[in-house]
Design a protein around this ligand. Structure first.
Ligand code: H79
Length: 427
């Protein structure tokens, strides 16, 4: 990876993180866009501020779930588009401290995740549907975008920028070392220097020299000479990029796919459209096989708990990672193309074959003839033999290929069976 991205390396090696969307929108329980979709006014939304009382909020439980899931970093919404702050900002009254919760909920999150050895990230919404100086009428997604009462309202956007920059300063000053800041998002002319992005980045880097920043302040991270605010990694949302991500010079760009477990980020009471553990594990493998990370989302409910369905998926992924994590952490794209039966990941001379589809007969490894020093089933360390099947030396495509026989018709692990191939160093 090129040195411009050296800062991101530790985070990219972690490969698997937990995204947490939590705020007042957990009460209406129709997702975090509810204000925009239903054009809810500040006054109507106030009821959720007045009711907010997450009695079961204990982020140590979240951190333990993330740890058991094998996640090495987390990103929590300090403020989402609705403008409500989970932290004790001195710049607003619209914060958890002034609800029945009565305290800084971000402080407890930071402490709990650090305690488990998990890196700490902050999501911060650039968009703000509560602040008086954020464009409302005519904006693309503001809840009051077509409310005539807002049509002639004067706003002072610089005042919003002072507020936004000030809150970022608070977040990056008051909570110790922060590993990631995740801005969301730019659109239309609300991008780049409209946010005073260069100045913002300079402040962030001076407060937290090692922090990793996403690419949503605007700018073009794909350019050979990106703007200072173009960010450290690309952030595809609800998609794993088909070919990974490279810049215009063909160099690999660090990236992280953020993906929900059901179809919403914030808590949604009736959305039970959950991914399976198998899909989730394979999504993680796919990201790593293309040099990317997976930031997997949960939306805790109004009481402060992660939905059981999400916990069950995290637990299953964690069980798999416990035995197969060597094929994920610190791994990336392999030197070989994508095989027929699944995916490869690689770390140095360890090549990991993720067998999704067993097919019938031995598993075929194109290009590896004479290159496999040792083969093992990663989950239990048991050795596997590389052997040429009867008469296979007569087929033309065996010239450079190797075969490994797996006993039985089923795969040892239907989620993802990993074969660890220790390669002889290339001469
Ligand atoms: O914080 C999460 C989302 O709220 C935010 N980014 C992630 C990490 C985000 N979601 N969608 N978008 C940004 C882009 C906008 C999508 C929209 Fe829509 C399509 C807005 C209106 C139509 C999705 C569908 C949201 C409401 C309906």
């Amino acid at each position: 990876m090129n040195s411009r991205f050296a800062r991101t390396l530790p985070l990219m090696n972690d490969r698997f993180g937990l995204f947490i969307h939590w705020g007042l929108y957990a009460i209406p329980a129709r997702g975090e866009w509810v204000r925009s979709q239903e054009r809810i006014t500040n006054e109507q939304y106030q009821t959720y501020f007045d009711e907010f009382n997450p009695e079961l909020y204990d982020p140590r439980n979240w951190a333990k779930a993330a740890k058991a899931a094998g996640q090495r970093y987390a990103v929590l919404t300090t403020k989402h588009h609705d403008g409500f702050c989970l932290f004790d900002s001195q710049l607003t009254d619209y914060k958890a401290t002034n609800t029945l919760a009565g305290r800084d909920l971000i402080r407890e999150y930071v402490d709990a995740f650090r305690e488990e050895g998990i890196k700490v990230g902050f999501y911060y919404s650039l968009i703000d549907w509560y602040h008086d100086d954020y464009p409302a009428y005519g904006d693309r997604q503001h809840p009051m975008r077509d409310n005539e009462e807002y049509k002639d309202k004067e706003i002072d956007f610089d005042r919003y920028l002072e507020y936004m920059h000030g809150q970022v300063r608070e977040l990056l000053t008051n909570y110790g070392k922060i590993d990631i800041i995740w801005f969301d998002f730019s659109y239309d002319d609300m991008t780049a220097e409209k946010w005073r992005a260069t100045e913002l980045i300079q402040m962030i880097r001076s407060l937290q020299p090692d922090i990793v920043i996403d690419n949503r302040l605007g700018g073009n991270i794909m350019a050979e000479e990106p703007e200072v605010y173009a960010g450290d990694f690309f952030s595809p949302e609800q998609i794993i990029p088909p070919e990974g991500i490279v810049n215009t010079a063909g160099e690999a760009i660090p990236w992280e796919a953020c993906i929900t477990l059901n179809d919403h980020w914030g808590y949604h009471a009736t959305d039970k459209n959950y991914k399976s553990p198998r899909q989730t594990i394979r999504a993680l493998v796919e990201c790593v096989s293309k040099n990317g990370n997976l930031l997997l989302n949960v939306g805790p409910d109004a009481k402060g708990e992660i939905p059981q369905e999400s916990l069950d998926i995290l637990e299953a992924v964690g069980k798999w990672l416990h035995r197969n994590g060597d094929s994920i952490y610190g791994c990336g794209i392999a030197e070989l193309p994508k095989p027929e039966w699944g995916r490869y990941t690689q770390r140095g001379n360890k090549l990991y074959a993720h067998v999704f589809d067993r097919g019938i007969g031995p598993i075929y490894f194109q290009g590896l003839k004479g290159r496999i020093k040792k083969a093992r089933l990663l989950s239990d360390g048991s050795e596997l033999h590389v052997e040429t099947p009867w008469m296979a030396d007569q087929y033309s495509d065996t010239e450079s290929g190797a075969f490994i026989h797996l006993a039985g018709g089923d795969l040892p692990d239907e989620l993802d069976t990993v074969i660890e191939l220790e390669l002889v160093e290339e001469i």
